[in-house]
Design a protein around this ligand. Structure first.
Ligand SMILES: Cc1cc2nc3c(=O)[nH]c(=O)nc-3n(C[C@H](O)[C@H](O)[C@H](O)COP(=O)(O)OP(=O)(O)OC[C@H]3O[C@@H](n4cnc5c(N)ncnc54)[C@H](O)[C@@H]3O)c2cc1C
Length: 237
């Protein structure tokens, strides 16, 4: 298990030792099967590497962005593909900086223990990739819920994650002062969403990236799943 005082060489040594248990043949087999390296990601999680950015108060290692980058770099150098699991790192920052204390308490210790994955992020849409502020997926508040409608594309690791960070427009573009206003971030419970209003369609792709199209049809999520303030995603990311 890693600790908060880990030095860079110590990180590299630890990752190399773990990756040595997963030779090239393992990754080639997963690729040929168009599968997901479950055992590899589970081993990284069990040793605490996937909780590197989670503060120690919530059960993580409390490391910084540089150390997280060293972990990812070393995975790639050692024959693995950090793209299979990097979402578990970068998504954490949104929750840590802007999640409520209740959201952090509910999720972070369980993520650190490897019981939950938050490694999916739904931003890109068929007509709005780089031009994020033009995205068309909407979230409308109705009482204690938000109702989500729209479509996303290239959303990775949805089927290998428990939660997803979702970006949607809560105020129409023509009603905001700056086009980056009116966007909000939500925490989506993926299995609950797939049962009522979110369809996941995997995309076959050359790099075996476990990526998908998502379709939202009146998906209802609890209002408390809003991360940060409504309409202030530009200050949240
Ligand atoms: C394998 C894979 C996995 C992905 N996983 C995720 C994911 O998990 N979650 C998610 O939200 N997204 C994901 N994406 C989407 C990715 O982030 C987008 O592809 C990216 O944001 C670019 O959007 P686009 O493909 O629509 O390209 P476009 O926005 O159409 O851009 C095409 C090209 O034009 C350039 N360009 C665009 N606008 C301008 C401009 N104004 N001036 C000059 N040049 C410009 C861009 O730099 C780019 O080179 C994934 C994509 C891939 C391929």
């Amino acid at each position: 298990m890693i600790t908060g005082a880990q030095d860079h060489q110590g990180i590299r040594d630890g990752i190399r030792a773990l990756c040595a248990r997963f030779p090239d043949a393992y990754h080639r087999r997963i690729d040929a099967e168009r599968g997901y390296p479950e055992e590899f990601v589970a081993a990284l999680t069990a040793e605490g590497w996937m909780a590197a950015l989670i503060p120690q108060d919530y059960g993580g290692a409390g490391l910084g962005l540089t150390e997280a980058s060293v972990i990812m770099e070393e995975i790639n150098r050692s024959g693995g593909n950090s793209g299979a699991c990097h979402g578990q790192m970068y998504n954490m920052t949104t929750l840590l900086r802007h999640g409520s204390e209740a959201q952090k308490q509910a999720l972070l210790p369980r993520i650190a223990r490897g019981e939950l994955r938050l490694q999916s992020m739904g931003v890109t849409e068929p007509t709005t990739g780089t031009d994020t502020t033009s995205l068309k997926t909407t979230a409308v508040r109705r009482g204690d819920r938000y109702v989500i409608n729209g479509q996303k594309v290239w959303i990775s690791r949805v089927l290998q994650s428990d939660y997803m960070i979702l970006l949607a427009r809560t105020t129409p573009l023509d009603q905001v002062r700056r086009k980056s206003d009116g966007l909000s971030i939500f925490l989506v419970d993926i299995r609950a969403a797939m049962a009522r209003g979110m369809q996941v369609r995997p995309i076959a792709n050359l790099v075996n990236h476990a990526t998908n199209e998502l379709f939202f049809d009146d998906l209802e999520i609890p209002a408390e799943n809003l991360i940060g303030e409504e309409g202030r995603a530009s200050a949240t990311s």
